[in-house]
Design a protein around this ligand. Sequence first.
Ligand SMILES: [Zn+2]
Ligand SMILES: [Zn+2]
Length: 322
Amino acid sequence: MYELRWNPVLKWWVMVSSERQNRPLTPKDYCPFCPGSGKVPEEYGVLSYDNDWPILSPLPPEVTPVNSSIFKNAKSYGKCEVILYSPEHNSSLGELSDENIEKLIDLWVDKYIELGNRNFIKYVFIFENRGEEVGVTITHPHGQIYGFPFIPKKIEVELSSCKEYYEEEKKNLYLEILKEELNQEIRIVDENESFVTFVPYFADYPYQVFIVPRKQRLSIDELNGEEKIQLGKSLKRIVTTYDHLFERAFPYMMCFHQKPTDGKDYSYYQFHIEFYPPLRNEKTQKFNASSETGSWTHGNPTSPEEKAEELRKTMKKLYGDE
Ligand SMILES: [Zn+2]
Ligand SMILES: [Zn+2]
């Protein structure tokens, strides 16, 4: 059984699936994403791959209607894909060659357009879970894409705030946040001609960063050639910096926020990337416990200004002042 179930109190859909429980554990030495596995071509640079255990599908099973005035369900329309960043097992987003990261960004763009064009997909969510701390057992560098048949709640909240701000101030909220961060300077970690990486003033995770384009771009497909190159650089630099903080593969959740694909006007929005790393320090993990989960109130046990400085220093050690 898999279906969407509506929560009328929080006004969101929950993706319910009983099949994923039966997902077999991958044997220790086997990597399905390595050439030679039988699952992927013998040669590839980057690759999109249909998730073997999708929670959303273009051909979802029929659902049994609920006989209720309160409860409501729907078919799990959508798409779940895995995005392989490289054929090299022991690589990472930070270690990709310039050529490979450009191919990866082009693949993200193609997927945003291709999935977004399907009439049952309203939001193309590009993301990466990295590390055991966020439940990932296959270390082969990869991310994922969910094509949602609805606009996820967090995006809905962002859109509504950006719209309200635009109506009141005639300005783009994300670009104003960026301007303020650049003015204050203290939380800026990295910048180039097209993108700025910073620990947001209101960071809810210790090593959280946002990557925001300097110009208004609603979605990844609006980036020009030069901007795509600069985005690749920004991504490589922050992930490499993360990995050198504690000299270990640094776990994170990387989430792309961009314009929904339901054809409506979102001219007040701004494409950006948010990183949520679950570590507080070398050994301690930040858990989402009662306050975070049950009241959506995050406690950040660190100062965003200090964490930005730590990231900046590590980055400077790696790259100098180039
Ligand atoms: Zn592999
Ligand atoms: Zn966002």
